[in-house]
Design a protein around this ligand. Structure first.
Ligand code: FDA
Length: 397
């Protein structure tokens, strides 16, 4: 008797075994669906493992829609109000995973990001989710059900969840798959760009910025109407650090940044006081009372009187104050997807239900996580979006 080749049929096929895909899969499994995850890499959850310096900043206690960028700023509201940080903390408690707050509501594992991946794998196993790694997905088409062509043969499913993430860190398996599939099914894609990414500088600013490589200090940085106050790090290629990474998500080519190197203080008033006291300090010496020495020298090198502060004109003080509190710097570009923590842009939210992540025009097709045009701030927001959107899709897929 010859064995007939049967195409495996699932309720749900999740393509991509990252944070969002695993959450969608385990949630669908818990709802009694037969689920398989198709991951093209050798293991699932690789970005979770390297995140947060190996401790995974898995969520943030302050979960609000204004912490996310999207062409539709309201899109995240439904998912993040139904899946909150406390839900993820309940899951951690069930698996006895200890965590702590580092700063600004950012929650990290005490031990290791491995705990999070193992927890997701255990939940998937309990919900009978099949996880297939090293699988190539060649195509997805739909008639009455979805047919998914893979390197392990064809599979069919009633629902398909696209969870292949964005383009950052190509060496960890990032691909354009979700965008290509979305376009194939007629869904619009907003141009993906690197975000939470170091910025580079050219021309004169490049030399100035480079001369400060290695220096880190708290600043307030503004781009357009958006401001962040956190640490800035000068690097050999440009600028990085939390303040700069945050603002990079709001920056577009050609826009200037304004950096306040002494937020919360008034350098003009401080220098004026020194002047009145007849200070014999020269420019850098005076500035170094409030700024790191290297930065004080770099400020003076941009032009300042070669006299003691007592001899500075008020206009010289005003000019220096403007430089310290509102230095205009024009980035040349970003360090690209190789260094970007996330991708902004992605599958247009207009095409999706904000309640379920299902494509309005393709019943049964869902897009979750970073593949969607939703980008969180630094600080656990991107993982939270992965959990919340994965959960929303998994409940109904
Ligand atoms: P994710 O990229 O995690 O998963 C997509 C999966 O799909 C991957 O396993 C990939 O291999 C697979 N895949 C891709 N193409 C495929 C294809 N064609 N076929 C099959 N599988 C395919 N966020 C945060 O909130 N806190 C943090 O601490 C950090 N830290 C951090 C550090 C670093 C270095 C990076 C690069 C990123 C972070 N992030 C973060 C961001 C966070 O990692 C990211 O937003 C989530 O992992 C997104 O989850 P997704 O599941 O959507 O994509």
């Amino acid at each position: 008797m010859t064995q007939k080749n049967v195409t495996p049929m699932f309720d749900v096929l999740v393509i991509g075994g990252g944070a969002a895909g695993l959450m969608a899969a385990l949630t669908a499994g818990q709802h009694g669906r037969s689920v398989a995850v198709l991951e093209h890499g050798p293991e699932v959850g690789r970005k979770i493992l390297i995140s947060g310096g190996g401790r995974c900043n898995f969520t943030n206690q302050t979960m609000r829609a204004d912490r996310f960028l999207s062409a539709n700023p309201h899109f995240v509201k439904s998912a993040i109000s139904r899946y909150q940080p406390s839900h993820f903390l309940d899951l951690l408690a069930k698996h006895r995973i200890a965590w702590h707050e580092k700063k600004l509501g950012q929650l990290f594992c005490d031990n290791s990001a491995h705990d999070i991946v193992q927890m997701l794998l255990n939940e998937c196993a309990a919900a009978r989710v099949r996880i297939l790694t090293d699988v190539r997905v060649y195509d997805v088409s739909k008639s009455d059900v979805f047919r998914v062509q893979t390197s392990r043969g064809d599979m069919t499913a009633r629902s398909v969840v696209l969870a292949t993430g964005g383009l950052s860190i190509p060496k960890l398996g990032a691909s354009r798959f979700a965008y290509e599939m979305a376009r194939q099914f007629g869904l619009a894609v907003i141009q993906p760009e690197p975000a939470l990414v170091p910025l580079t500088f050219g021309g004169e600013s490049e030399e100035w910025v480079r001369s400060l490589a290695g220096l880190s200090l708290p600043v307030r940085v503004t781009c357009g109407k958006t401001t962040f106050e956190e640490a800035l790090l000068f690097t050999h290629r440009g600028m990085s650090g939390p303040a700069l990474l945050q603002i990079s998500s709001y920056w577009s080519a050609g826009q200037p940044l304004f950096v306040d190197f002494l937020p919360g203080q008034d350098i003009a008033a401080l220098l004026m006081k020194l002047k009145k006291e007849g200070s014999k300090a020269r420019g850098a010496g005076a500035l170094a009372r409030w700024l790191p020495q290297r930065l004080a020298h770099a400020m003076v090198e941009l032009g300042a009187p070669e006299r003691t502060l007592a001899e500075w004109a008020d206009r010289d003080i005003r000019l220096m104050a403007q430089r310290v509190h509102s230095m205009e710097l024009k980035p040349q570009g970003t360090e690209g997807f190789a260094k970007a923590e996330v991708t902004r842009g992605g599958v247009d939210t207009k095409a999706l239900s904000s309640r379920t992540m299902e494509a309005q025009s393709v019943p049964g097709l869902y897009v979750v996580g970073e593949a969607v045009d939703v980008t969180g701030w630094l600080g656990g927001y991107n993982f939270h979006w992965a959990w919340a959107s994965g959960h929303a899709a998994g409940e109904v897929a």
